[in-house]
Design a protein around this ligand. Structure first.
Ligand code: FES
Length: 629
């Protein structure tokens, strides 16, 4: 069997070859990414499409024909074509491309103590004069190159087949003067490229933050360390699940799931590469090395390795420290014999992204106690100084990325990012990203909104909406009470934007998990909140976070404002620094091995702290007595 699926209005076609492939899979294969928050479990309803032609079989065995009432509301993740079909994809079901705003630092050592002198990129050219072959000296081309390299550098070297294929021609083109392109992350450096002449061509590296929600890539000139461009977009894996756990489940339970998630991540990075090289005027082949920082699940999936065991007790990774991979094996659009380095992780839920962040934030060089928090779906955090470090992941869930929230969305155009509530709830003012009419609420808007609801007395300390407050906006729906943030007439999609009781419950659970993670780490180390000298908030989310509101709802500790610092995308910075500095690479390797990993699922301590945090700001008000001072 092979059925064609035509997607409208894109007019893209895909041939489905297996009765296990859903409309959602077909869409993803054609580059149409649907919102798949529940990972294809059929529960979130976000992947709705309209069947315009043909018929499909649903998960429950029901057959739906075009033109029927049911055809208006087909869940793409649960529908299998049984003949050629035509599918209309509504705008509301699409995950739209969006740009991640990342500043282009022109200096590579912008926030570390590194200098240009210590620049030691992962790939570099070595100019070489090779003794010409004669009838009396019949050594092979590689042997004579190697002899010369060892003589000049005093180190053994290896060679990749791709480079060997080039060598005979390049040697003679360059009249026995060549540039050897060396990848140098290993004990024995490996020659991966040759160029004729001793003036080597441009060589670039790519630093990538492989986030669960978004992927950001940065093109770097390896000789100068300058950034040539930065680009980011959503991770196409989002079509198969909103958070880490739903993607691991997809990989584990859907045949070919790991491969599909791997391809989705690679597709995303390849698209970013195409944009970056076009803007910078360089070629794919100029990218010799890529460094990726991601959480353990993202790292596994990028490598095409099944991450299932991360989710099963005792939560073990396939590897924390990864060997350098070949670009061509991964399918990345760069020099085919180029190398891909995956930054080392600590354990099942603390990966290379947080290790990169800890080094960028200087935890390993600090005498002060620093706490680094990366508020994503996984809520990874690391605390310590130059003598000790402890790390954990508190599974905050996707609420702060808009997941599991009825009107939640990512930080994209039209997302409400700030909320003010006046007159006891009768008037609401909001600010949206790009000043567009609102279409949903993103993480910062949700935190801000929760604090505003509490301040206005519209929710009590346990987060219950107050029934008779603000009669024009508080109402009862079939699912319970909800508060209207924006009425249909003012929104971009003509529907009310509300925050419901179940949204509030999800947000309170997420904030409680983050604070409980911090408390559990403090207990383990015998410290108090006051002992934290600096709190560093990382991640794109951190840039828009209203600190006072995050403290007011009990998500972040009530410490003086000056102890807080928003440090942006440390995973990306760390990946860039690892591209360029041997010192940084060494620090990351050492840190990953030395951090004490705290598994929050074992023991009762985290659960007790979590339960105590399910109030605003907390059950123990004395912890937050400084709020407002
Ligand atoms: Fe289809 Fe959630 S219902 S992805």
């Amino acid at each position: 069997m092979a059925y064609s699926v035509t997607f409208l209005p894109d007019n893209k076609e895909y041939r489905i070859n297996s009765d296990k492939e859903t409309i959602l899979d077909g869409a993803a294969r054609t580059g149409i990414v649907l919102q798949g928050m529940c990972g294809g479990a059929g529960t979130c309803g976000r992947c709705r499409v309209i069947l315009k032609g043909g018929s499909v079989r649903l998960d429950n065995g029901e057959i739906v024909f075009a033109g029927s009432t049911a055809a208006q509301n087909v869940l793409a993740c649960s529908a299998y074509p049984i003949e050629d079909v035509v599918i209309e994809v509504p705008e509301t079901s699409r995950l739209k491309e969006h740009q991640i705003k990342v500043s282009d630092d022109s200096s590579w050592a912008d926030d570390t103590s590194l200098t240009l002198d210590s620049l030691a990129p992962l790939f570099h050219w070595i100019p070489l004069k090779v003794p010409e072959a004669t009838l009396d000296d019949f050594e092979g081309d590689w042997e004579r190159c190697r002899r010369q390299l060892v003589k000049e550098r005093g180190r053994a070297v290896r060679i990749e087949l791709e480079a060997l294929r080039k060598l005979p021609v390049v040697l003679r083109q360059g009249d026995w003067q060549i540039s050897c392109g060396v990848f140098g992350n290993e004990n024995v450096p490996v020659v991966i490229d040759f160029a004729p002449g001793v003036n080597p061509p441009l060589s670039c590296g790519l630093a990538v933050d492989v986030g669960t929600t978004s992927i950001v890539a940065q093109l770097v000139d390896l000789k100068t360390g300058c950034v040539l461009g930065t680009a980011g977009t959503f991770n196409r894996q989002a079509a198969y699940g909103y958070d880490v756990i739903s993607r691991i489940v997809y990989a584990a339970e859907v045949p070919g799931g790991t491969r599909r998630l791997h391809e989705a991540a690679v597709d995303t990075i390849n698209n970013l590469i195409t944009g970056l090289i076009n803007r910078a005027g360089v070629a794919y082949e100029d990218i010799k090395v890529t460094v990726c920082a991601g959480n353990p699940a993202m790292t596994h999936l990028l490598a095409g390795v099944d991450p299932s065991h991360i989710r099963i007790e005792p939560y073990i990774t396939a590897a924390n420290s990864w060997p350098a991979l070949d670009a061509k094996d991964l399918g990345l659009r760069m020099y085919p014999a180029g190398k891909v380095v995956l930054l080392p992780g600590v354990a099942g839920y603390v990966g290379g992204d947080i290790v990169a962040g800890a080094v960028v934030a200087g935890l390993n060089r600090s005498e002060q106690v620093k706490l680094l928090i990366d508020i994503g779906t996984n809520g990874e955090m690391i605390m310590g100084n130059n003598e000790w470090m402890v790390a954990c992941a508190c599974s905050a869930g996707p609420a702060f990325e808009g997941g599991g929230i009825g009107c939640g969305m990512r930080a994209m155009s039209g997302a409400i990012e700030k909320v003010e509530i006046h007159d006891g709830g009768e008037h609401v003012r909001y600010q949206t990203i790009d000043c567009k009419p609102p279409v949903g609420v993103c993480g910062s808007g949700l935190i801000n909104g929760l604090a505003a609801l509490h301040r206005a007395g519209l929710i009590d300390r346990s987060g219950r909406l107050v029934r008779h407050a603000a009669p024009s906006r508080m109402r009862r729906s079939t699912a319970g009470l909800e508060f209207v943030l924006a009425f249909a007439g003012e929104t971009g999609h003509g529907k009310d934007i509300v925050i419901s009781q179940s949204d509030i419950d999800n947000l309170i659970r997420a904030k409680a998990a983050i604070f409980a993670g911090i408390q559990t780490m403090l207990n383990l180390t015998g410290l108090n909140l006051e002992d934290i000298d600096r709190v560093m908030v990382a991640g794109g989310f951190g840039r828009y976070l209203g600190l006072e509101d995050a403290v007011a709802i009990g998500m972040l500790p009530p410490l003086p404002r000056e102890r807080y610092e928003f440090i942006g995308n440390t995973a990306l910075k760390g990946a860039r620094h690892a591209l360029l500095s041997r010192v940084i690479r060494k620090e990351m390797d050492t840190l990953a091995r030395q951090v004490t990993y705290l598994d929050l699922s074992s023991g009762n301590e985290f659960m007790e702290a979590f339960t105590a945090g399910l109030f605003i700001p907390h059950t123990d008000l004395s912890l937050f007595s400084s709020i407002g001072k």
